[in-house]
Design a protein around this ligand. Structure first.
Ligand code: ADP
Ligand code: MG
Length: 562
């Protein structure tokens, strides 16, 4: 079902569209109309089926604009994380709906902060039972105007022993209200609660296995930004998907990747946000006929594409809006099949592993980079199979003549076939991708090399851009970068001497603020850049700014812990 069949306000529909939702999930389709009628209901469906929108959208619509800002809706969640997550979703839904304020209340945050928040008024309260009860006791939270109560993940709340608090809180709520409960399971204690506190509730139960990531194997590879393209090529060799999508965050990257894949002989096509519908249809038709088997696209461009039977979804870059991750990978693992989602992350994005695991409530498998031996074994095996097939086929006489001529020139048949095979296989499978870990730790400081980049003040470059670019591209820690001198059109950075060539190579593949950069190494001994011919602007000394390393001469044998 489409969201616009549901009597939701245009403001909510617009927000839902922004979030990239096209179709409702089953629980949304069934609960939204019941909630809009103001009836009590119990919703049971698996996690990941979109229950937040199922109650969130009608709940926002039921808020009557008021200057009093006294809570009209209360949502109770079992944990602080879920409360934050639900509140964030609600704020996104209410993006275009005027005058709806959501406040989050949970244990662990100073209560004074929350009291201040509550004093400025709130239409919707999202929080954990313990802290909500606390606020009721302190009279900092009053519910005279409450109209809707939602118990999200009710079974979990009871498991965590919140029964008493919940019943306590319920006694402070107006009895004239709508009570809605969501739960993945319906054990007896839940049914007891519903009997005691709900009015003739409608029971909506959705069978499992719709929109879930449980059939998707999520895999991560950690690599530097500059080696991602090589890695993608290797992964395509290893996994050999029949149909796949490669998600990038910028249109330029989409173009680059699509051209790269085409140049390597893959049937790839880019899908652009500003591509005409007609052109898209052509690409899509080719994709459905398997004439194209890799679609390279951005999130926006992917929105209109109604294919979800990918073997693999690649996240060349993780989405900037992390929620899109679920939408992206949801294009694989459908209809009972198992799917694979592969994401390439840089060392600095390591922390996102936990975020993604929480988001998808599933384990993510972090794999070591494929070794050259692995890639070669697969590629060579496939090559041999292909050769055997080709050898069984007739070859035109003209081809035979070429071989004869080369033999006449003195080449052996073995030499000729070797050369041809090498050309066919290409150089990529002989390129080892360095694991970023090998660059990450500068164990002993042996001094610095100067790296000069052709960007500077004129390009709006700040030291932070330089540090993050170098760290991101090469995997070394920002702390291992020495002085940074920003001139008008060039910048000189001190980088650890033992990794200078590797860093140079990575940085030359990177961009800073969208500028492709050309970097060169120069020995530290002659430092023409210190003469400040640029008026000395923008000199930045990391060692001075970070107090812990400010005293005395630079330690030449500085050893990092562990
Ligand atoms: P649940 O509460 O059932 O576990 P959530 O409400 O947390 O599920 O939703 C899981 C994910 O699915 C979220 O990332 C959410 O943004 C997304 N989602 C929800 N509804 C839809 C929809 N109709 N289309 C696409 N994605 C959706
Ligand atoms: Mg939920």
């Amino acid at each position: 079902m489409n969201f616009n069949e549901l009597n939701l306000s245009p403001e909510l529909l617009r927000a839902v569209e922004d979030m990239g939702y096209t179709q409702t999930t089953s629980i949304q389709e069934k609960t939204i109309p019941v909630m809009l009628q103001g009836l009590d209901l119990i919703g049971q469906s698996q996690t990941g089926t979109g229950k937040t929108a199922a109650f969130g959208l009608p709940l926002i619509q039921s808020i009557v604009p008021s200057d009093k800002k006294r809570p009209q809706a209360l949502i109770m969640c079992p944990t602080r994380e879920l409360s934050i997550q639900v509140a964030e979703e609600l704020r996104k839904f209410a993006k275009y709906t005027e005058n709806v304020r959501t406040v989050t209340i949970y244990g662990g945050q100073p209560i004074s902060v929350q009291i201040r928040e509550l004093k400025s008024g709130a239409d919707i309260i999202v929080g954990t039972p313990g802290r909500i009860k606390d606020h009721i006791d302190r009279h900092t939270l009053k519910f005279e105007d409450l109209k809707v109560l939602v118990l999200d993940e009710a079974d979990e709340m009871l498991n965590m022993g919140f029964r008493e608090e919940i019943e306590d809180i319920l006694s402070y709520l107006p009895s004239e209200r709508q009570t809605v409960m969501f739960s993945a399971t319906m054990p007896q204690p839940i049914l007891n609660l519903t009997e005691a506190y709900m009015k003739d509730p409608e029971f909506i139960k959705i069978k499992t296995s719709e929109m879930t990531v449980s059939t998707i194997e999520q895999i991560l590879y950690e690599t530097n930004q500059g080696t991602k393209q090589d890695l993608l090529l290797q992964l395509l060799e290893i996994y050999r998907p029949e149909l796949s999508m490669v998600f990038c965050n910028t249109k330029k990257m989409v173009d680059d990747i699509a051209s790269l894949l085409l140049s390597k002989g893959y049937g790839a096509a880019a899908i652009h946000g500003d591509m005409k519908q007609e052109m898209r249809s052509i690409v899509m038709a080719k994709f459905k006929d398997r004439k194209i088997n890799i679609l390279v696209c951005t999130d926006v461009a992917a929105r209109g594409i109604d294919v979800d039977d990918m073997d693999i979804v690649f996240n060349f870059d993780l989405p900037q809006e992390i929620e899109y991750y679920v939408h992206r990978i949801g294009r694989t693992g459908r209809a009972g099949k198992t799917g694979i989602a592969i994401s390439l992350i840089t060392p600095r994005q390591k922390y996102l592993v936990n975020v993604l695991e929480r988001l998808t409530r599933a384990k993510i498998n972090k794999k070591p980079l494929p070794t050259l031996a692995e890639v070669q074994e697969i590629k060579f095996h496939q090559m041999k199979t292909e050769m055997r097939k080709l050898l069984a086929k007739e070859v035109p006489d003209e081809i035979k003549r070429i071989v004869e001529e080369l033999v006449d020139e003195g080449f052996s048949l073995e030499e000729i076939s070797r050369a041809l095979l090498f050309k066919t296989i290409g150089g990529d499978v002989f390129k080892e991708i360095k694991s970023p870990a090998s660059l990450q730790k500068v164990v002993t400081h042996k001094g610095y090399s100067n790296l000069t980049l052709d960007v500077g003040n004129a390009h709006g470059i700040a030291a932070a851009h330089i540090v993050s670019c170098i760290a991101e591209a090469s995997g070394i820690s920002g702390r291992d970068i020495g002085k940074i001198r920003i001139g008008e059109r060039t910048t000189t950075v001190e980088i650890p001497v033992q990794h200078d060539k590797a860093i140079l190579e990575e940085v030359n593949k990177a961009t800073i603020k969208g500028y492709t950069i050309k970097a060169v190494l120069s020995p530290v001994v002659d430092r023409p850049y210190e003469k400040r011919t640029y008026g000395g602007s923008g000199s930045y000394d990391r060692n001075r700014d970070f107090g812990n390393r400010s005293k005395g001469p630079r330690r030449s044998n500085y050893t990092e812990k562990n």
